[in-house]
Design a protein around this ligand. Structure first.
Ligand SMILES: C[S@@+](CC[C@H](N)C(=O)[O-])C[C@H]1O[C@@H](n2cnc3c(N)ncnc32)[C@H](O)[C@@H]1O
Length: 222
Protein backbone atom coordinates (compact mmCIF):
# COMPACT_ATOMS: atom_id res chain seq x y z
CA UNK A 1 0.00 0.00 0.00
CA UNK A 2 1.41 3.47 -0.81
CA UNK A 3 2.49 5.57 2.18
CA UNK A 4 -0.48 7.64 3.22
CA UNK A 5 1.33 10.98 2.73
CA UNK A 6 2.16 10.17 -0.91
CA UNK A 7 -1.24 8.98 -2.05
CA UNK A 8 -2.70 10.68 -5.11
CA UNK A 9 -6.17 9.34 -6.00
CA UNK A 10 -5.64 10.48 -9.60
CA UNK A 11 -2.35 8.60 -9.98
CA UNK A 12 -1.94 6.75 -13.29
CA UNK A 13 -5.07 8.30 -14.81
CA UNK A 14 -4.74 9.40 -18.42
CA UNK A 15 -5.84 12.80 -19.71
CA UNK A 16 -8.95 11.13 -21.17
CA UNK A 17 -9.87 9.59 -17.83
CA UNK A 18 -9.38 12.93 -16.04
CA UNK A 19 -11.59 14.58 -18.67
CA UNK A 20 -14.24 11.87 -18.14
CA UNK A 21 -14.20 12.57 -14.39
CA UNK A 22 -14.69 16.29 -15.08
CA UNK A 23 -17.58 15.53 -17.43
CA UNK A 24 -19.11 13.29 -14.76
CA UNK A 25 -18.90 16.18 -12.27
CA UNK A 26 -20.79 18.40 -14.74
CA UNK A 27 -23.41 15.71 -15.37
CA UNK A 28 -23.88 15.09 -11.65
CA UNK A 29 -24.38 18.79 -11.06
CA UNK A 30 -26.90 19.00 -13.92
CA UNK A 31 -28.87 15.83 -13.03
CA UNK A 32 -28.95 16.95 -9.42
CA UNK A 33 -31.10 19.94 -10.41
CA UNK A 34 -34.04 17.56 -10.87
CA UNK A 35 -33.00 14.46 -8.89
CA UNK A 36 -31.74 14.08 -5.36
CA UNK A 37 -28.44 12.37 -6.17
CA UNK A 38 -26.07 14.31 -3.92
CA UNK A 39 -26.67 16.83 -1.16
CA UNK A 40 -27.21 20.32 -2.70
CA UNK A 41 -24.74 21.63 -0.08
CA UNK A 42 -21.96 19.76 -1.87
CA UNK A 43 -22.51 20.79 -5.49
CA UNK A 44 -19.90 23.56 -5.21
CA UNK A 45 -17.30 21.08 -3.99
CA UNK A 46 -18.05 17.99 -6.09
CA UNK A 47 -14.40 17.27 -6.84
CA UNK A 48 -13.42 17.03 -3.20
CA UNK A 49 -16.61 15.74 -1.59
CA UNK A 50 -17.43 13.12 -4.19
CA UNK A 51 -14.62 12.41 -6.64
CA UNK A 52 -11.55 12.60 -4.39
CA UNK A 53 -13.54 10.94 -1.61
CA UNK A 54 -14.59 7.94 -3.67
CA UNK A 55 -11.26 7.67 -5.51
CA UNK A 56 -9.69 7.07 -2.09
CA UNK A 57 -10.64 3.47 -2.89
CA UNK A 58 -7.66 3.56 -5.28
CA UNK A 59 -5.24 3.28 -2.39
CA UNK A 60 -5.14 -0.23 -3.78
CA UNK A 61 -6.18 -1.31 -7.27
CA UNK A 62 -8.88 -3.54 -8.75
CA UNK A 63 -7.45 -6.12 -11.16
CA UNK A 64 -8.48 -6.38 -14.81
CA UNK A 65 -11.43 -8.73 -15.19
CA UNK A 66 -12.78 -8.03 -11.71
CA UNK A 67 -16.50 -7.47 -11.13
CA UNK A 68 -17.25 -4.77 -8.59
CA UNK A 69 -20.73 -4.16 -7.18
CA UNK A 70 -21.59 -0.79 -5.62
CA UNK A 71 -24.40 -1.20 -3.06
CA UNK A 72 -26.69 1.86 -2.84
CA UNK A 73 -24.90 3.73 -5.60
CA UNK A 74 -27.28 6.72 -5.77
CA UNK A 75 -25.87 8.98 -8.50
CA UNK A 76 -23.06 6.50 -9.27
CA UNK A 77 -20.77 6.97 -6.30
CA UNK A 78 -18.34 5.31 -6.15
CA UNK A 79 -19.39 3.21 -9.20
CA UNK A 80 -18.78 5.78 -11.94
CA UNK A 81 -15.37 7.08 -10.77
CA UNK A 82 -14.24 3.44 -10.41
CA UNK A 83 -15.55 2.47 -13.86
CA UNK A 84 -13.60 5.42 -15.29
CA UNK A 85 -10.41 4.60 -13.38
CA UNK A 86 -10.56 0.84 -14.08
CA UNK A 87 -11.87 0.41 -17.65
CA UNK A 88 -10.87 -3.28 -17.67
CA UNK A 89 -13.22 -4.09 -14.81
CA UNK A 90 -17.01 -4.42 -14.80
CA UNK A 91 -18.80 -2.19 -12.31
CA UNK A 92 -22.44 -2.66 -11.34
CA UNK A 93 -24.33 0.13 -9.58
CA UNK A 94 -27.22 -1.19 -7.47
CA UNK A 95 -29.91 1.02 -5.97
CA UNK A 96 -33.54 0.52 -5.03
CA UNK A 97 -34.56 3.87 -6.54
CA UNK A 98 -35.24 3.31 -10.24
CA UNK A 99 -34.91 6.94 -11.31
CA UNK A 100 -31.41 7.11 -9.81
CA UNK A 101 -30.36 4.05 -11.79
CA UNK A 102 -31.90 5.51 -14.96
CA UNK A 103 -29.78 8.63 -14.35
CA UNK A 104 -26.66 6.49 -13.83
CA UNK A 105 -27.35 4.60 -17.10
CA UNK A 106 -27.82 7.87 -18.90
CA UNK A 107 -24.62 9.39 -17.47
CA UNK A 108 -22.69 6.19 -18.29
CA UNK A 109 -23.89 6.43 -21.90
CA UNK A 110 -22.84 10.07 -22.16
CA UNK A 111 -19.45 9.20 -20.68
CA UNK A 112 -18.97 6.33 -23.12
CA UNK A 113 -18.59 3.85 -20.27
CA UNK A 114 -19.31 0.36 -21.56
CA UNK A 115 -18.09 -1.31 -18.35
CA UNK A 116 -20.72 0.30 -16.10
CA UNK A 117 -24.13 -1.29 -15.53
CA UNK A 118 -26.99 -0.17 -13.32
CA UNK A 119 -29.52 -2.47 -11.64
CA UNK A 120 -32.53 -1.11 -9.78
CA UNK A 121 -33.84 -3.13 -6.90
CA UNK A 122 -33.05 -3.95 -3.30
CA UNK A 123 -29.49 -5.04 -2.66
CA UNK A 124 -30.55 -8.29 -1.03
CA UNK A 125 -32.36 -9.27 -4.25
CA UNK A 126 -29.48 -8.62 -6.65
CA UNK A 127 -29.30 -11.86 -8.63
CA UNK A 128 -25.65 -11.83 -9.70
CA UNK A 129 -22.10 -12.28 -8.38
CA UNK A 130 -19.07 -10.03 -7.90
CA UNK A 131 -15.49 -10.27 -6.65
CA UNK A 132 -15.59 -6.99 -4.76
CA UNK A 133 -18.23 -4.94 -3.01
CA UNK A 134 -17.89 -1.20 -2.53
CA UNK A 135 -20.28 1.24 -0.92
CA UNK A 136 -20.56 4.72 0.51
CA UNK A 137 -23.10 5.80 3.09
CA UNK A 138 -25.69 3.11 2.40
CA UNK A 139 -26.16 0.56 5.18
CA UNK A 140 -24.62 -0.70 8.44
CA UNK A 141 -21.48 -2.78 8.04
CA UNK A 142 -23.11 -6.09 9.04
CA UNK A 143 -25.81 -5.64 6.39
CA UNK A 144 -23.26 -4.70 3.72
CA UNK A 145 -21.27 -7.82 4.61
CA UNK A 146 -24.39 -10.01 4.25
CA UNK A 147 -25.00 -8.53 0.80
CA UNK A 148 -21.36 -9.10 -0.09
CA UNK A 149 -21.17 -12.72 1.10
CA UNK A 150 -24.38 -13.64 -0.71
CA UNK A 151 -22.96 -12.29 -3.99
CA UNK A 152 -19.24 -13.07 -3.52
CA UNK A 153 -17.41 -14.97 -6.25
CA UNK A 154 -13.77 -16.09 -6.27
CA UNK A 155 -11.34 -14.07 -8.36
CA UNK A 156 -10.15 -16.15 -11.34
CA UNK A 157 -6.50 -15.36 -10.50
CA UNK A 158 -4.64 -14.17 -7.43
CA UNK A 159 -4.73 -10.39 -7.06
CA UNK A 160 -1.48 -8.58 -7.89
CA UNK A 161 0.75 -7.06 -5.20
CA UNK A 162 -0.93 -3.63 -5.41
CA UNK A 163 -4.47 -5.00 -5.77
CA UNK A 164 -7.16 -5.37 -3.15
CA UNK A 165 -7.82 -8.87 -1.92
CA UNK A 166 -11.47 -9.73 -2.60
CA UNK A 167 -13.92 -8.39 -0.06
CA UNK A 168 -15.94 -5.35 0.96
CA UNK A 169 -14.45 -1.86 0.88
CA UNK A 170 -16.74 0.79 2.21
CA UNK A 171 -16.55 4.53 2.90
CA UNK A 172 -18.02 5.59 6.20
CA UNK A 173 -17.93 8.35 8.80
CA UNK A 174 -18.33 8.90 12.52
CA UNK A 175 -17.96 6.46 15.40
CA UNK A 176 -18.05 2.98 13.89
CA UNK A 177 -17.38 0.92 17.01
CA UNK A 178 -20.98 -0.34 17.29
CA UNK A 179 -21.16 -1.26 13.60
CA UNK A 180 -17.88 -3.13 13.84
CA UNK A 181 -18.98 -4.95 17.01
CA UNK A 182 -22.26 -5.92 15.32
CA UNK A 183 -20.40 -7.40 12.36
CA UNK A 184 -18.02 -9.33 14.65
CA UNK A 185 -21.03 -10.70 16.54
CA UNK A 186 -22.56 -11.81 13.24
CA UNK A 187 -19.37 -13.32 11.78
CA UNK A 188 -16.24 -13.72 13.88
CA UNK A 189 -14.19 -15.04 10.95
CA UNK A 190 -13.79 -11.62 9.31
CA UNK A 191 -10.75 -9.39 9.21
CA UNK A 192 -11.65 -5.70 9.53
CA UNK A 193 -9.25 -2.85 8.81
CA UNK A 194 -9.98 0.82 9.26
CA UNK A 195 -8.07 3.33 7.10
CA UNK A 196 -8.54 6.97 8.21
CA UNK A 197 -9.09 9.24 5.22
CA UNK A 198 -7.75 12.40 6.83
CA UNK A 199 -4.15 11.17 6.65
CA UNK A 200 -4.67 9.38 3.35
CA UNK A 201 -6.11 12.40 1.50
CA UNK A 202 -4.14 15.18 3.18
CA UNK A 203 -2.19 15.98 -0.01
CA UNK A 204 -5.13 15.49 -2.39
CA UNK A 205 -7.80 17.45 -0.55
CA UNK A 206 -8.18 21.21 -0.52
CA UNK A 207 -9.95 21.00 2.83
CA UNK A 208 -8.57 17.86 4.51
CA UNK A 209 -10.59 18.74 7.62
CA UNK A 210 -13.67 17.47 5.77
CA UNK A 211 -12.22 13.97 6.00
CA UNK A 212 -11.40 14.16 9.72
CA UNK A 213 -14.21 11.83 10.77
CA UNK A 214 -14.17 9.70 7.65
CA UNK A 215 -12.55 6.37 6.95
CA UNK A 216 -12.43 3.37 4.71
CA UNK A 217 -13.47 0.07 6.28
CA UNK A 218 -12.13 -3.04 4.62
CA UNK A 219 -13.73 -6.40 5.43
CA UNK A 220 -12.25 -9.66 4.21
CA UNK A 221 -12.36 -13.30 5.18
CA UNK A 222 -9.38 -14.09 7.39
C1 LIG B 1 -27.04 8.19 1.26
S1 LIG B 1 -27.29 7.53 -0.33
C2 LIG B 1 -25.62 7.29 -0.89
C3 LIG B 1 -25.53 7.23 -2.38
C4 LIG B 1 -24.11 7.07 -2.92
N1 LIG B 1 -23.50 5.84 -2.48
C5 LIG B 1 -23.22 8.24 -2.53
O1 LIG B 1 -22.29 8.04 -1.78
O2 LIG B 1 -23.50 9.37 -2.99
C6 LIG B 1 -27.81 5.86 -0.01
C7 LIG B 1 -28.39 5.16 -1.23
O3 LIG B 1 -28.58 3.78 -0.91
C8 LIG B 1 -29.78 3.35 -1.48
N2 LIG B 1 -30.23 2.18 -0.68
C9 LIG B 1 -30.46 2.16 0.66
N3 LIG B 1 -30.80 0.91 1.04
C10 LIG B 1 -30.78 0.14 -0.08
C11 LIG B 1 -31.05 -1.24 -0.34
N4 LIG B 1 -31.41 -2.08 0.63
N5 LIG B 1 -30.92 -1.70 -1.60
C12 LIG B 1 -30.56 -0.86 -2.61
N6 LIG B 1 -30.30 0.45 -2.42
C13 LIG B 1 -30.42 0.95 -1.18
C14 LIG B 1 -30.70 4.56 -1.41
O4 LIG B 1 -31.73 4.50 -2.37
C15 LIG B 1 -29.72 5.70 -1.67
O5 LIG B 1 -29.66 6.03 -3.05
Amino acid sequence: MPTTDAFDPYHDLTGDQRAQLETYEDLLRRYNETLNLISPDTTDAITERHIVHTLALRVRDFPAGARIVDWGSGGGLPAIPLAIAYPDTEVIAVDSVGKKMRAVRSMARRLGLDNLFAWDGRADNWPDTAHYSVSRATAPLAELWQWHTRAAAELPADPGPTDWAPGLITLKGGDLSEEIAALRAQDDSVRIRQIPLHALLQDAAQHPGYFAEKCMLVVQRS
